[in-house]
Design a protein around this ligand. Sequence first.
Ligand code: IMP
Ligand code: MG
Length: 181
Amino acid sequence: MEKTVRVHDRDFDILINKSEIQKRIKELGEAISVHYQKKTTPVIISVLHGAVIFSSDLVREISIPVEMDFVRIKSYSGLESTGKVLMTQQWERKLKDREVLIVEDIIDTGSSIDFLKKKIEKAGALDVKIATLLFKPQPFKYEYSIDWIGFEIGRKFVVGFGLDYDGIGRNLPAIYQLKTT
Ligand code: IMP
Ligand code: MG
């Protein structure tokens, strides 16, 4: 695994390696399975494109039946959150009275997840929970807690394992953080 990578015009250093990520995803999958074991089949809604890598590994560590759905959300431009959230692709299933688990790559300010959580609640979901691979506790601006977190990280911009910098970096097998000098 590379210790540093270059994406567009920036250098990034390794932050979390592949085996640490896999180990953590296994633990999350087990915890999620235990939680939903005695409930109705949950709908897992993955947020495109970022969460596609994490969610495809995560669902294979979940031992109970689940349904999968997808939404597409945009809020970031380059290295910064724009604060404006748009849903450019809707889920397909009927969510009324369903247990929903949103799967995200990263929660930063929380605007995206809050926007999506409210929309799903409005659609009549019985319960909405959140699982994210990465969480930045400092910029997060909401009061509620996130149900399942892979890793808490600092404020620095990261790429890899689904996360991109202007479209590039999603296929990196580990998480890399922006080198600042
Ligand atoms: P939030 O709305 O500020 O929580 O931002 C969440 C979304 O912004 C995530 O789903 C990512 O798509 C993107 N994002 C936030 N932080 C980063 C980062 O460090 N690297 C890459 N994308 C990020
Ligand atoms: Mg995202």
